[in-house]
Design a protein around this ligand. Structure first.
Ligand SMILES: [Zn+2]
Length: 172
């Protein structure tokens, strides 16, 4: 995404992990308007597909929103990133599919410990160290460990092998 595309979606600045970012303010913005804008963005590519899915996710989930980070400075390349309100701050997360190591629970989680979320951040090792001390959620069914680090999870079991974004859109 180019900077102009980001500004077409939001002009609201924020600071996340010491980085200047742009954030979608769900309280004061019109999310439906943003979603319809995103569908019609002319250079539609994979990033916009992901963004569109993420927008539908935050519409249906409290305490989640999206920030835009300048990831490729040389090329004015901005990427959307999911954030979850946790410990009083916006915490960057990756939404991913996870499963229990002991029972049949599987579902969607928010993982803050994915290293790529902290690329280009000077004190990223400090940040990752701090994140690894977070309290991570256990399986909601049997309390065993999950295969990934979760600070949020979808408290239900999925059956079958549905792709991640099918599951998200299934909730609308
Ligand atoms: Zn379990």
């Amino acid at each position: 995404m180019r900077f102009d595309d980001v500004l077409a979606i939001t002009k609201q600045e924020a600071n996340v992990d010491g980085e200047k970012v742009y954030i979608i303010d769900k309280e004061n913005g019109d999310l439906d308007e943003i979603i319809s804008k995103t569908i019609f963005m002319k250079d539609k590519n994979y990033t916009y597909t992901l963004l569109y899915n993420d927008l539908n996710f935050i519409r249906n989930h409290d305490n989640f929103t999206i920030i835009f980070r300048l990831v490729y400075k040389k090329y004015d390349g901005w990427l959307p990133c999911m954030v979850y309100y946790y410990n009083g701050v916006w915490q960057k997360v990756v939404l991913q599919y996870s499963y229990c190591t002991m029972c049949d629970w599987n579902g969607l989680i928010a993982n803050p410990a994915e290293a790529s979320l902290y690329d280009n951040i000077s004190n990223r090792f400090e940040i990752l160290k701090k994140i690894n001390k977070f309290f991570f959620l256990c399986c909601p069914k049997c309390k065993s460990q999950l295969d990934s680090k979760a600070i949020w999870l979808e408290n239900k079991t999925h059956t079958g092998n549905r792709p991640l974004y099918d599951m998200i859109q299934g909730q609308t």
